[in-house]
Design a protein around this ligand. Structure first.
Ligand SMILES: [Zn+2]
Ligand SMILES: [Zn+2]
Length: 307
């Protein structure tokens, strides 16, 4: 099958073997797979140990399964495959499983290929109302919703989002839905324009905020967050990157700032919001897999592959 393989650099092949399913698994024919910032960070060295097919945001159709009722269904999939027996699995934190494999990121082939094998328990059926071009946003929207699962964001406070990319766009809409006073801080005028119906947009601010969400995808985001968070405020970090940050930690101690890391989130409510049409997106820019270089350098809001 066609696949984009990573082993320190990215290679396109048409000779990759189609994976086979085991107990409790399904074979999924990929319909659309999207590129996310994490994929770009992996190419820059964020996951030096990873070898395999990249990609973790996908919509596909089950073509073979040990569970008959899944066959033919359109699905999206959660990306953390947990062991079920370690401390974190036993204490209801399966996305932090010590032995976890992460689709297209750690220990498991991803979705930049014609076929993907996934564990059935990680699959979510896509309602008929949602097109593949919209369902592809389930995983990043779930990651945005994770914030609401972790932190009580009161509608009466002010919130800042640092970043004007895709994840920031989804977080902004989720925060907008609760009615909080929202400011989006970004670098790109054209990207910030897309955010105008969700909150105030700015390139710089002298205001201070109760909650600051860093979705900039760069180390400077945390430094900005530190500067604009109020005393006893909360910083939520969504960015992952290959670089290290140098930061004055005593500042957080003195000002009693809470820092919260935030990663993958719940798929079910994400699909629910998409089904109700409560979240909007600019169209995704789709390429054939062999044109991966064009796809990775696309300036579109979201780029991906169509199979
Ligand atoms: Zn992603
Ligand atoms: Zn585990």
């Amino acid at each position: 099958m066609k696949a984009l393989y990573y082993d320190g650099c990215l290679k396109y092949t048409e000779e990759y073997p189609v994976p086979t399913i085991g107990a409790g698994e399904s074979l999924i024919k990929i319909i659309i797979s999207a590129i996310c910032n994490t994929d770009k960070e992996i190419l820059k060295g964020y996951r030096p140990d990873f070898k395999g097919i990249l990609g973790h945001e996908f919509v596909g159709q089950v073509v073979e399964s040990k569970e008959d009722c899944l066959i033919g269904k359109r699905v999206v999939g959660e990306i953390n495959e947990n062991c079920g027996t370690c401390l974190y699995c036993r204490t209801c934190r399966p996305t932090h499983c010590e032995n976890r494999k992460v689709v297209g990121i750690s220990g498991k082939d991803g979705s930049f290929a014609e076929y993907l094998v996934m564990r059935n328990s990680l699959l979510h059926q896509v309602p008929d109302e949602i097109s593949p071009e919209i369902a592809i946003f389930t995983e990043p929207l779930a990651a945005a919703l994770e914030i609401m699962d972790q932190v009580h964001i009161k509608p009466s406070i002010n919130v800042a989002i640092i970043g004007d990319g895709r994840l920031a766009f989804m977080i902004a809409q989720v925060i907008h839905l609760i009615g909080a006073d929202l400011t989006i801080i970004g670098r790109h005028e054209d990207k910030l324009d897309l955010f105008k119906s969700f909150g105030k947009v700015t390139k710089e601010t002298s205001d201070a905020f109760e909650v600051v969400i860093d979705a900039s995808g760069s180390p400077s985001g945390l430094l900005t967050a530190q500067r604009i968070v109020r005393k006893r405020g909360t910083i939520i970090i969504k960015s992952t990157y290959a670089e290290k940050v140098k930061i004055d930690m005593s500042d957080f101690v003195v000002n009693e700032v809470t820092i919260k890391g935030s990663r993958c989130g719940p798929f079910k409510p994400a699909l629910e919001l998409l089904k109700k049409g409560l979240i909007e997106f600019p169209p995704i820019d789709l390429y054939q897999l062999k044109d991966y270089e064009k796809a990775f350098s696309s300036k579109a809001f979201k780029a991906g592959f169509i199979f």
